[in-house]
Structures are given as C-alpha cells and as structure tokens.
Design a protein around this ligand. Structure first.
Ligand SMILES: NC(=O)c1ccc[n+]([C@@H]2O[C@H](COP(=O)([O-])OP(=O)(O)OC[C@H]3O[C@@H](n4cnc5c(N)ncnc54)[C@H](OP(=O)(O)O)[C@@H]3O)[C@@H](O)[C@H]2O)c1
Length: 252
C-alpha cells in the first residue's frame, strides 16, 4: 500500500494540497490527513468520497502525538510516496512584547515538528518518493516584527536543500515551496489582519496555484518553488543585496 501524508490539512494551503494530491497522484492508495481539528478533516475528506483517507487528529508539538504517528506508520506497513510538511504558524509583533509561548511555539511546530515528522517518515519511503516542505518568502531575508517566524522558515528552506542533496542518491526528491502572503487563517492566527500596512500592499498568492504548481514541480524533480514574478525577483534580490540594506524594507 502506498500513502501520501499531509500535515496541516485542515485549512488553507493544506486543504488545497489534499485536492491536488487526489488529482495529481491518482495511484496513491490512502491519503493521511494530519491536524488538530478532526471535524475539519472529516469535512475535507467528505469532499472526495471515492478516495480513502486516514484522519489523524494530532498536535504535532506534543511528543506523545509524534509517537502515535510513528506507531500508525509502522503498524500500517505502508510505503509513503509523498510527505507534505505544511503545518505551520506565524505571529506578528516585536519580539520583546510577544509571549514566550508564541515564540517557542513557532519553533516547535515550524522546525521541531517538521524535522520529527520527516525523520519518522523517511524509513517508510522508497525510491521515487517525495518530500515537500512548506517554507515562505520570509525565509529569504530577516523580517523585523516577524523575527522568529522568518527564522523558522529560513531553517525549513536550508534543511530542505541539504536533505535534497543527501537523499538524491536514494531517488527521493525534496522541494521547498516559498509562498508569498495567502488569504488563509494564517493571517488571523498571526494577528496580521488589520495590523500591517506591508501585508495590505503586497501581492497575494492563491493557495490553489501554490499547491498545484509546487506539487507538480516536486514530481518533476525541482528543488524550489516560489509563486509570482514579484517574489521570484525578491529571491534574486535577497541573494545579491546585503541583508542590512534589504531589511530597511522588510519590516512588516
Ligand atoms: N498564509 C500565508 O500568508 C503564508 C505565507 C507563506 C507561508 N505560509 C505557510 O503555509 C503553511 C500553511 O499555512 P496556511 O496559510 O494554510 O495557514 P492555516 O490555514 O492557518 O493552516 C495551518 C495548518 O496547520 C495546522 N496546525 C497548526 N498547529 C498545529 C499543530 N500544533 N499540530 C498539527 N497541525 C497544526 C492547522 O490545523 P489545526 O488548527 O486544525 O491543527 C492548519 O491545518 C504554513 O507552514 C505557513 O507558515 C503561509
């Protein structure tokens, strides 16, 4: 049996990945959806009655839930053909004024959980498998007022590139996707809505497009994907211009 695993599948980009996996990977036997809100996962699965889902209500920041995922994988005996590490959150605000729990929570979910899920899944992957890590354009340049979030995403991008090089000989592809802002629950969770002029002026990406094209790029063996010309240019700029200059413009 082959399976695809999608974390953060209960809303936003993750929900779009569910649709894209059903359309682009019709031979996958089972799709595992992971998030804390089970009722949301049930509603999403109900949209695809011809597909087989396994719904895992897990808080990926809890060690016992990571252990439950490890057990479920080994008991299933399945081969994971695709892992989409999408669960993540951000918080807007000055570091000194943000609760410690929020700062550490971002590191826990965006870095620690992503690393743990990848490590637990890899032994169940085979040649031809793929890992898609959801990073962000925030990973390109340090971002004042989102200091921790952009640092966690810099980790995701860097980790993805190194892992890609390590796994290439085994025939497992790794892709980092770096979306710009998307109109999802992320904006409310991050307290961005109504609190950031920058976010009001930036061009937005459509989750449907990000999910469709990034999955397609992974299947083609690409290493990286950013949506929209504006953000592709931003990436080039980030490679050419020193951070201390660019950071005059990146505060959100
Ligand atoms: N929206 C943007 O502007 C934007 C831009 C660039 C990158 N991104 C990245 O895109 C990814 C998806 O975000 P989104 O925009 O789709 O936001 P979203 O709608 O808020 O989705 C976040 C997902 O993560 C899950 N999640 C949160 N905490 C979790 C936990 N402790 N354990 C398990 N699952 C958890 C949520 O499900 P439950 O609440 O049900 O657990 C939800 O399914 C994130 O990695 C984000 O950093 C977003």
């Amino acid at each position: 049996m082959t399976i695809a695993v999608i974390t953060g599948a209960s809303s936003g980009l993750g929900k779009e990945y569910v649709r894209q996996v059903t359309e682009q990977l019709p031979t996958v036997d089972e799709i595992w959806l992971i998030a804390r809100r089970l009722e949301r996962l049930e509603m999403i699965a109900a949209d695809f009655p011809s597909k087989t889902f396994r719904l895992l209500s897990l808080d990926l920041c809890r060690d016992e839930d990571l252990e439950a995922y490890r057990r479920a994988l080994s008991e299933s005996g399945a081969t994971v053909s695709l892992l989409i590490n999408n669960a993540g959150f951000g918080k807007l605000g000055d570091f000194a004024e943000m609760p410690t729990a929020d700062q550490v929570g971002m590191v826990d979910l965006n870095c620690r959980a992503l690393t743990a899920v990848t490590s637990l899944t890899l032994p169940h992957m085979a040649q031809g498998g793929g890992i898609l890590n959801v990073s962000s354009i925030a990973s390109y340049v340090p971002t004042p007022r989102m200091a921790v979030y952009c640092s966690t995403k810099a980790y995701v991008t860097s980790f993805s590139q190194a892992l890609r090089a390590e796994l290439r000989p085994c025939g497992i592809h790794v892709l980092a996707v770096c979306p710009g802002p998307m109109a999802t629950e992320f904006l409310d969770v991050a307290a961005i809505t109504g609190n950031s002029k920058t976010f009001q002026t930036l061009p937005y990406c459509r989750p449907e497009t990000v999910a469709r094209v990034s999955l397609n790029r992974l299947l083609c063996g690409n290493s990286w994907y950013t949506n929209r010309l504006f953000y592709k240019f931003y990436r080039v700029l980030a490679k050419l211009v020193p951070n201390r200059l660019l950071m005059k413009f990146t505060a959100v």
